[in-house]
Design a protein around this ligand. Structure first.
Ligand SMILES: [Fe+2]
Ligand SMILES: [Fe+2]
Length: 298
């Protein structure tokens, strides 16, 4: 089988292509995630997958050297990150990344019409998208449990940031679409860099490492589809805007995760996002995900 070839994710579709792609995306999303359970912000197929992980648990053989160091630093960094154990620091960074997602989607969920109320296809897509993000938080939670961190809480951000996230869904789409696309792209890039750290950081824990990787894979397959879907919202001008804000957005986001600089090369992540095309994602994952038609060659 020859590997599929892709164009840059910054290629812009025509209005007609974008309308068609919304249709194929929504068909993919409902097939991939199953029925939406509004009252629980959950999806039938995603729930089955999570249940499989929970019913077949993997738990770390070597708990963190000092679990209290995780609990002391995961919401706000209290200690000097240079003194922290690498595994613990990595898990606190992952929590902080996931927490931003959780806060964003919690605000957006209340501002988005339910599937039954949604008239426009784009609104139905957004509802499904948000429910998938809630499923990601559950998968992240399972990562922490894998490391015997059973007491992780999903803590709201401070009132100022919380207000920003709550206001975000009410912004007009010409402002919102660029950043929304870039944050999904940031998700894929961050997960790839996180994955690249697993072998070294969890060398003494191959089973826990493999489970964390399997959980991350589930999330990344969705995130790849989300990036394409949010890409499909963005027209020519929005694409220029997305390119302009990419660097400052990455910089601001990771600046807000102190300690991440010791593990992650933010400039490398920015370069990866700028140069992103889908050939960077393993073909077996691409086979389960979704790509805008205009990002494929031929
Ligand atoms: Fe996500
Ligand atoms: Fe996403």
């Amino acid at each position: 089988m020859t590997q599929a070839a892709y164009k840059s994710i910054f290629v812009v579709g025509t209005a007609r292509e974008r309308a068609e792609n919304f249709e194929t995306y929504f068909a993919f999303s409902t097939r991939h995630s199953g029925e939406l359970i509004e009252s629980e912000k959950d999806l039938v197929r995603k729930r089955e997958k999570l249940k499989w992980f929970q019913d077949n648990p993997v738990r770390s053989n070597r708990p963190l050297p000092d679990p209290q160091s995780f609990y002391r630093n995961y919401v706000e960094l209290e200690d000097d990150p240079r003194t922290m154990d690498r595994k613990t620091l990595l898990l606190t960074c992952v929590y902080k990344f996931a927490r931003h997602e959780w806060v964003g989607i919690t605000g957006a969920w209340d501002a988005t019409p339910t599937l039954a109320q949604a008239r426009r296809l784009e609104d139905k897509i957004s509802r499904y998208h948000l429910a998938e993000e809630f499923c990601h938080v559950r998968l992240f939670h399972e990562m922490f449990r894998t490391m015997q961190l059973e007491d992780v809480k999903w803590v709201p951000l401070g009132p100022k940031m919380q207000a920003v996230y709550r206001a975000f869904p009410y912004f007009p789409s010409w402002i919102l679409d660029g950043p929304a696309f870039v944050t999904e792209l940031m998700g894929i890039v961050f997960y790839r860099h996180f994955d690249a750290l697993l072998d070294e950081t969890f060398a003494d824990e191959p089973e826990a490492r493999d489970r964390i990787r399997a959980l991350l894979r589930e999330i990344t397959i969705d995130e790849v589809a989300h990036a394409g879907q949010r890409r499909n919202f963005v027209g020519p001008r929005g694409t220029i805007f997305a390119k302009i804000i990419l660097r400052p957005l990455f910089k601001a986001f990771f600046h807000d995760i102190p300690g991440s600089a010791l593990l992650f090369d933010v400039d490398r992540m920015i370069a990866d996002a700028r140069g992103f095309d889908y050939s960077l994602i393993a073909p077996d994952m691409m086979a389960l995900s979704w790509v805008p038609s205009y990002c494929r060659t031929g």
